[in-house]
Design a protein around this ligand. Sequence first.
Ligand code: NAP
Ligand code: 8YV
Length: 319
Amino acid sequence: MNPPPTPCLLQTGALVPLLEQPLQARYHVERLLDHDDPIAWLQAEGARFDGIVSSAGLGFSADLLPLLPRLRVVSSYGVGLDRIPVAALKARGVALATTSDVLNDCVADAAWALLMALARRVVEGDAYVRSGRWAEDGLNRFPLGRRISGARLGIVGLGRIGQVVARRASGFDMAVAYHSRRAVADVPWRHEPDLRALARNSDYLVVITAGGDGTRHLINAEVLEALGPRGFLINVARGSVVDEAALLEALQAGRIAGAGLDVFENEPRISEAMRAAPRTVLLPHVASATEETRLAMAVRVLDNLDAFFQTGRLVSPVE
Ligand code: NAP
Ligand code: 8YV
């Protein structure tokens, strides 16, 4: 008996080499970016593809789907769905997988890294020592930081990652509350249905909701006002969740204490004003970017595809 034909995958952009190499070894892979006119090429060749391999950062448009009549599966590197046409895939009966869960720890750790760097002025302190100003100023001139242990932590979005952020807080004896549309069963943290009330009662507000239209500018001027001049904002979700103009105004006027941001509205293009904003720690969307987690994400993309083509099931499906 002949072996089944090797499935054909459409890759919607450049992926990390540690994923591209094994993909090419196991599947017939074609990359959209290798074609000058991708739509014309797909009009001619689209019927060959059984699957799409993409990423949370790349995604793809629902407009591609009519050009892919054989499409049965999408495997995405990352967990965010804001650039994936989830409803259109569901309507077509196409299976969708992400790398959910394998990145929870590192994304939560990154939220904590931002929180701690902000509260304890780690980045400013490092620059102060290196600049030689310590010797000029003498002892005890560097501004005081803020206490983390025993403080109040608010979490916006208590999903897979939000729950890991919350668990980490027990080591700091913090009071934890969270906001989401539905209360989560069987967790020890207090649900706060009113986001402004959560902000008002938080020293640190960590944002880790889904992105997309449903959460656009959830963190607006009113929420920042409620967080107040003693409150810090940490965003590791999506730039779109925070109204960045309102955040800049709040930072510049000292209406919040500071912000730690891994994600931005127009990343990787960061405005001059944001780059100069006071009391901020800025990261280039690297919350999942450790050697261990990026490898685990690549393996999960492959495991999802292998499982689908061998058994018709996915390891980490989007239900
Ligand atoms: P998840 O398990 O689906 O959790 C999402 C959470 O967001 C849920 O608690 C959900 O609760 C809440 N939520 C959704 N819409 C909301 C709304 N309108 N108002 C309030 N809460 C809302 O997802 P996850 O795996 O934890 O990942 C969360 C997000 O983190 C991803 O979607 C992605 O965008 C981002 N992320 C960023 C990085 C990075 O590198 N910075 C890495 C990984 C993930 P309800 O449905 O009850 O409201
Ligand atoms: C990814 C992310 O690194 O998983 C997500 O949603 O934002 C990050 O983990 C990145 O988007 C991969 O493209």
